[in-house]
Design a protein around this ligand. Structure first.
Ligand code: C5P
Length: 224
């Protein structure tokens, strides 16, 4: 597959989603939110009463997920449907993210989602957002970005984001959840969170969205 891919990996709350979507829009490329697939698997498990440690049932669910992504109005955030129900807001809840990181540690679940993720690689190009886009899913991507920021900064960003959506949130508990999720994502044996050897690492702690976007654009300019 010669279609170019830019991978954007990093821990939760680092701003990957925002940057990847801006990038996809600027380049006119497709966008893969791989975290949404793990979130949807976790949500489907809850709905179908599947335990979060039942590897076989979970990988079955992941392999047969009935999902649909629909472009939002005026190019806004995409709507996400699971079994024909709108779950756009449900999958963004912190609890769903935390469940997602539990199911994401299971190798059979990751394998079941691999082909589905690779199918997003269509002309003219793909921006792929996740944890292992550069290391496991698209190791041959010509341009790889890894974003980092301190847990405190990420918790604060997530806090503002959720608050803006009118959700009831609490900063100390967000910080705790982010730290737990980091720990699980970094220490699992299946595709742990780490930068690919050929990734460009950008620390965004002190940067605004526009600064990060510009740094990413100039980092990938000669590679795509
Ligand atoms: O990025 P997001 O917060 O939506 O991802 C939810 C969870 O899914 C992460 O905490 C991580 O455990 C898992 N995930 C993953 N690999 C990816 C994307 C997400 O393991 N490529």
């Amino acid at each position: 597959n010669n279609v170019p891919v830019v991978t954007v990996d990093g821990p939760s709350g680092v701003g990957k989603g925002t940057i990847s979507q801006l990038l996809a829009k600027r380049l006119g490329w497709h966008f893969l939110d791989s975290g949404a697939l793990y979130r949807l698997t976790a949500l489907a498990a809850r709905r179908h009463g599947v335990a979060l440690d039942d590897e076989e049932a979970l990988s079955g669910l992941a392999g047969s997920l009935d999902v649909r992504f629909e472009a939002g109005e005026h190019g806004g955030t995409a709507l996400v449907f699971l079994e024909n129900r709108d779950v756009t807001d449900d999958i963004r809840k912190e609890e769903c993210g935390s469940d997602a990181s539990v199911v994401a540690a299971l190798l059979p679940v990751r394998e079941a989602l691999l082909q589905r993720q690779r199918a997003f690689r269509r002309s003219p190009g793909l921006v792929a957002d996740g944890r292992d886009m550069g290391t496991a899913v698209f190791p041959d991507a010509p341009a790889k970005i890894f974003l980092t920021a301190s847990p405190e900064v990420r918790a604060e960003r997530r806090y503002n984001q959720l608050k803006q959506k009118g959700l009831d949130v609490n900063l100390p508990s967000l910080l705790r959840e982010i730290a737990e999720r980091d720990e699980r994502d970094s220490n699992r044996s299946a595709s742990p969170l780490r930068p690919a050897e050929d990734a460009i690492v950008i620390d965004t702690s002190e940067l605004g969205v526009q600064d990060v976007f510009e740094q990413v654009m100039s980092a990938i300019a000669e590679k795509i």
